[in-house]
Design a protein around this ligand. Structure first.
Ligand code: NDP
Ligand code: OXD
Length: 312
């Protein structure tokens, strides 16, 4: 009997796509979609937000693969949140880095070139050149400089923007002004646009609060493409209402879908998208997961293993 891989995902279409993509790349395996029954002999599983009893029903797993780059959906799972010996692997780029760079550059350029101002002028039938800010002092700050953050940083540098970054550990990267630890305040003080691209962990939960926002330059702009849980919504709304922050582009929220009565939907200083900054591409992602499964089968250690102590 062939070894089994179980796919668990809240969206039925995604289950079908992952099952077919993995089965095509791993013919020696039987790939099945979780149907809520026991999987006494499953060797690997892949997915997003597994049901509460999933790990009890699949006690023989050798690894779980996240169907995304983020693993907060696993690190907060009741069976895993107190630390887990089960190896968890995350997606690394797999076609997301390019999308994330595109999304963030779009928002930065929109702010830098003041396209919103030109849209207002068009509505007023007004021909007027708006001033261009000094590019050399228009620093873009990245809170998190991992696989996706690096792609964003390099793309922004391609347009000539100075890039600063704040990370959990000390980093030294050519051309990027790197900060960590107590360097948070000096990092924030130069961010004309602050982009959040760190995972949601106990250390980053609620990190963007009133105190942090107050350390940004007046008229700064926020882009959150990480997780909604990094931001204290009440404090962000207060900073936007008071004009302390010029605006925010939000792709991720504490509750998704964002409830229809949430103030973000209609706030004049908020632009929002429904968690699409970098979408999982099943083809390249399944190819990456298949490579990792082959590595494990052959006794090699694949990259992208989550450190449960760090939470990412
Ligand atoms: P990585 O694990 O490659 O990078 C994470 C980065 O965050 C690292 O630089 C890490 O620091 C930094 N970090 C972690 N903890 C902290 C902290 N306490 N303070 C400051 N920095 C911290 O992740 P990816 O780049 O692949 O993905 C980042 C996140 O993007 C994902 O976790 C996910 O939440 C989100 N995402 C959103 C998508 C969307 O469509 N909106 C799509 C895909 C991902 P260090 O370098 O020291 O380790
Ligand atoms: C991810 C995401 O983590 O889609 O990949 O947010």
């Amino acid at each position: 009997m062939s070894a089994r891989i179980v796919v668990t995902h809240p969206e039925p279409d995604a289950c079908d796509q992952w099952r077919d993509a993995l089965a095509a790349r791993l013919p020696a395996f039987e790939v099945v979609i979780d149907d809520g029954t026991a999987h006494p002999d499953a060797r690997y599983a892949l997915g997003w937000g597994p049901p509460p009893d999933f790990f009890e029903r699949a006690p023989t797993l050798r690894a779980f693969f996240s169907a995304g780059a983020g693993v907060d959906h696993l690190m907060t799972h009741a069976a895993l949140r107190d630390g887990t010996p089960l190896p968890i692997y995350r997606l690394e780029d797999a076609g997301m880095a390019e999308q994330m760079a595109e999304y963030c550059c779009h928002e930065v350029i929109r702010r830098f070139r003041d396209w919103a101002g030109y849209e207002r002028q068009q509505a007023d039938v007004r021909w007027h050149e708006r001033p261009l800010p000094d590019r050399a002092s228009f620093t873009i700050g990245l809170f998190g400089l991992g696989t996706l953050g690096m792609a964003v940083a390099r793309a922004l540098q391609g347009f000539g923007y100075p890039v600063s970054a704040y990370t959990r550990s000390a980093r030294a990267i050519d051309g990027i002004d790197c900060h960590h630890g107590a360097g948070l305040a000096s990092f924030l003080a130069r961010c004309r646009v602050l982009i959040l691209l760190a995972p949601l962990t106990p250390d980053t939960a609620d990190v963007v609060d009133a105190a942090l926002l107050a350390k940004l330059p007046p008229d700064a702009y926020l882009v959150n493409v990480a997780r909604g849980g990094l931001v204290v919504d009440r404090d962000l709304l207060a900073a936007l209402d008071g004009g302390r922050l010029a605006g925010a582009t939000l792709d991720v929220f504490r509750t998704e879908p964002l409830p229809p009565d949430h103030r973000y939907w209609s706030h004049p200083r908020v632009r929002l998208t429904p968690h699409v900054a970098a979408m999982t591409l099943v083809g390249p992602s399944a190819a990456q997961v298949a490579d990792k499964i082959r590595d494990l089968e052959d006794g090699r250690a694949p990259s992208g293993r989550v450190d449960p102590g760090r939470g990412y």
